[in-house]
Every structure is written in structure tokens, then in C-alpha cells.
Design a binder for this molecule. Structure first.
Ligand code: AMP
Length: 410
């Protein structure tokens, strides 16, 4: 097998774009000018499908992952439809994590350049007083995690009387982390009529139940072209003994020389330990997990976006949804417990159709989780034998059985 760095790219580089223009989607001149300035030459497939339907006022349930241009697919039509004279929020976007909220705010602000639109991110970790004050000054678009939005609603700091557009982004993840009750309570506070767009990487029964309960004849879109971003990722797994994982990681970092990478661990403690060990040998190492204070997380994210942080050690909660173009490699240092997290982790690379390489470390007793991942993705992951590195001691199962039988017989 060829080592990954020698593998010629077999997928087109560059964004996955469709053959239609933004102009043909019925956008205003201001918006098309902003898009041109941002370098968005044409809509991505999800934007081509979602924007016209959203502009017509339909409710939409879309299966889509980050990296496909999904933020702009809902932000563009919302910005186009905002009433200019209002004081109260007209759009509410819910997302599962602070990082995602911040990412949506940044992307929406860039699309709103030249328009007088106030967008505010609301999440835990930032002093609530600051958020209360900014809400008092008036806001058009609220982007928040369900927990903090509910908290602010209960304090009567948020008034949803004018909300018309509701977006549930990464809905499956929000349900996974237990936001279901908050989401339902929030949705019940939004007056009728309103428009809802629900985007989710997977459309489980629970998601469909939610959409049936709170949406009006939603149009279901399976935006599967999005899979292309995963197709451009080279996926490998490596069998490794538990006590050789760190050496294997250092070996691969040296050999692969990633432009930027994320290393995923299962626990916060594991991320901390690993981050410390790597930074003894390498510079440009950052750490992100859910127990870190928000300012510290912001600093790391900023450094990662600017390319100062080259190696980011992270847990699933914060790793998911990170959209940084330079990520060439993803290392699954610990195999994810939930196979769906594997798809989210590797999706941090191969953004917008670019190439990416991912390694999954599998210990000899982790065959089952590996199979579960392959069953979910529907394709076998290629095994990779690192050249000049002994990742595990060979123990043949037959041998073990023979020894045991032999011992019993004695
Ligand atoms: P998302 O799926 O929303 O996380 O977006 C992934 C990345 O694609 C972001 O960095 C966007 O700024 C970028 N992007 C979104 N739409 C387009 C487009 N039509 N052309 C080029 N880049 C885009």
C-alpha cells in the first residue's frame, strides 16, 4: 500500500460547486456583491437547493454536514428576508456548541456586510451580564446554544414576539447532548406563523418526530452531494498497542508533517495529558475541551484559525463543527465510542472538497468499535502499516488458545 502522503489526489481539489449562479437564485444586488467580494463564485449544491425554497418561505428539513456551505445556505435567505425597521430579534439560530455558535455568527456577519444587521451569539461561558447588555441595545439575529437561550428567555431578556425565522443547526447533535427539552420549550415560545429550517447530519426518528411536531409540511432534502467532502478524505486505521499510541502519534506527525491537524481523544483528562506530552517535543500545540473557560477556548480557536496553532488536541464536544481550511490531517487517537462521532471528526478535514488524510488508532481489543464505524460509513477503512515502526506485538489468537488448552491439560 502507498503511504498516504505519496497517494496522488483522486478527487478534484477546490470547492464543490454547482453549475448555477447566485444571481439565478433570486438574490438582491447587495447580497450578490457581498458574495462576489467573499470569493463565493457559485452556490454549493446545498445552497442551490435550500436558498430558493427558503426564500419562498418553506419549512425545510435537510440532511447536511458542516463543510458543505450549510451556514450560508440558511444565513443568506434569512438576511435577505429581514425587515429593516424592527428592534426585536427576527431570526433565531440554535446550534449545539459555543464554537459552532461563534462560527455561525462570524459567517453571518461577513454575509451581512453593508447591511445594518445586528447579530449576537449567546452561549454559556461568557458572563451573562455582557449578553444581557447587548440584548438591551437591540438585536436582529440571535444565534445561541439552547441552554443559554432558554436561560435568557426565562430572565425575560429575550423577546421572541417578532421571531419569524428559526434554524435548528446540527439538530442531531443538540438532541445527543440533551437539549431536547430546551429546544421544545424554545420552539413553543416562537409565535405563529414562522419558518423553520432544520439541518442535521443524520435524520433519526427522533429528528423526524421533532420536525413533524413543530414544522409545517417541511420539504425534506437529502443533500447527499455533501458526501463528496467525505469522499475526498483518505481514511486509514492502524492497529496499535495501548502503550505505543503516543510513540505512533509522534512518528506520524514527524512523517506526515501536517499543515494543521486535530488529534481527538475520548476524555478531557486524556486530551490534557496528551497535549502536555506533545508540547514537550513540538511547538504550536493547542488544547480544547469542554472544561476550559471560554476566553481560553476562544484564544486557542483564534490561534488555530490564524495557523499559529498547528496541532489541536480536542475532545468530541468541541472538535465537532470546527471549520478551518488548513486542516490536512485528523488523528483519531482514541477510537470514538459513538461511531457517528467518527464521521464528524474526519469531516474536519477535506473541507469544501479539499483533500485530507485521517488515521484511526485501533487497539487489538477494539475490533468491534472499528466494525461499527465501517458499518455506519458503509465502507471498509484501509489498514495502514507505518513504515519502520512496530505499532503492536503480534499475538495470534490461535497461539493464545493453544497455550490455554495446553495449560488446562497439564
Ligand atoms: P459550512 O458548511 O457552513 O461550515 O461552510 C464551510 C466553508 O465553506 C466556510 O468556510 C464557508 O465560508 C465556505 N463557503 C460557503 N459557501 C461557499 C461558496 N458558495 N463558495 C465558496 N466557499 C463557500
Amino acid at each position: 500500500m502507498n503511504p498516504p502522503s505519496d497517494t496522488p489526489p483522486d478527487q478534484p481539489r477546490g470547492p464543490v460547486l454547482s453549475d448555477v449562479s447566485f444571481e439565478s437564485l433570486g438574490l438582491s444586488r447587495t447580497m450578490t456583491a457581498v458574495l462576489k467580494r467573499r470569493g463565493y463564485t457559485a452556490p454549493t449544491p446545498i445552497q442551490k437547493d435550500v436558498i430558493p425554497l427558503a426564500l419562498e418561505g418553506h419549512d425545510i428539513v435537510g440532511q447536511a454536514k458542516t463543510g458543505s456551505g450549510k451556514t450560508a445556505s440558511f444565513a443568506i435567505p434569512i438576511l435577505e428576508m429581514l425587515e429593516r425597521s424592527a428592534d426585536l430579534p427576527q431570526a433565531l439560530i440554535l446550534a449545539p456548541t459555543r464554537e459552532l455558535v461563534q462560527q455561525i455568527v462570524v459567517e453571518t456577519e461577513k454575509l451581512a456586510i453593508g447591511q445594518n444587521v445586528k447579530i449576537r451569539g449567546l452561549y454559556g461561558g461568557e458572563p451573562i451580564v455582557r449578553q444581557l447588555r447587548s440584548l438591551e441595545r437591540g438585536v436582529d439575529v440571535v444565534v445561541g446554544t439552547p441552554g443559554r437561550v432558554m436561560d435568557l428567555l426565562e430572565r425575560r431578556a429575550l423577546d421572541f414576539s417578532d421571531v419569524y425565522h428559526v434554524v435548528l443547526d446540527e439538530a442531531d447533535r443538540m438532541l445527543d447532548i440533551g437539549f431536547r427539552d430546551d429546544i421544545e420549550r424554545i420552539l413553543r415560545r416562537v409565535p405563529e406563523p414562522h419558518q423553520t429550517m432544520l439541518l442535521s447530519a443524520t435524520l433519526s426518528e427522533e429528528i423526524l418526530f421533532l420536525s413533524r411536531k413543530y414544522m409545517h409540511h417541511p420539504i425534506e432534502l437529502n443533500l447527499s452531494q455533501d458526501e463528496l467532502s467525505v469522499e475526498s478524505i483518505k481514511q486509514y486505521y492502524i492497529t496499535v498497542d495501548h502503550d505505543r499510541k503516543i510513540e505512533l502519534l509522534m512518528h506520524l506527525l514527524e512523517k506526515e508533517q501536517p499543515r494543521q491537524c486535530i488529534i481527538f481523544t475520548r476524555t478531557k483528562r486524556g486530551a490534557e495529558k496528551l497535549g502536555q506530552r506533545i508540547s514537550r517535543k513540538l511547538s504550536g500545540v493547542g488544547l480544547m475541551h469542554g472544561d476550559m473557560a471560554q476566553p481560553a477556548r476562544n484564544r486557542v480557536m483564534q490561534g488555530f484559525r490564524e495557523g499559529k496553532v498547528k496541532i489541536l488536541v480536542a475532545t468530541d464536544v468541541v472538535g465537532r463543527g470546527i471549520d478551518v481550511e488548513g486542516i490536512s490531517h485528523v488523528f483519531n487517537y482514541d477510537i470514538p465510542e459513538d461511531p457517528e462521532n467518527y464521521v464528524h471528526r474526519i469531516g474536519r478535514t477535506g473541507r469544501m472538497g479539499r483533500d485530507g488524510v485521517t488515521f484511526l488508532f485501533v487497539c487489538p481489543d477494539e475490533g468491534d468499535p472499528l466494525t461499527n464505524i465501517e458499518m455506519l460509513t458503509g465502507k471498509p477503512i484501509e489498514s495502514y502499516k507505518p513504515e519502520g515502526f512496530q505499532a503492536y506485538q503480534k499475538r495470534s489468537p490461535d497461539n493464545r488458545e493453544y497455550q490455554e488448552v495446553y495449560r488446562i491439560g497439564f
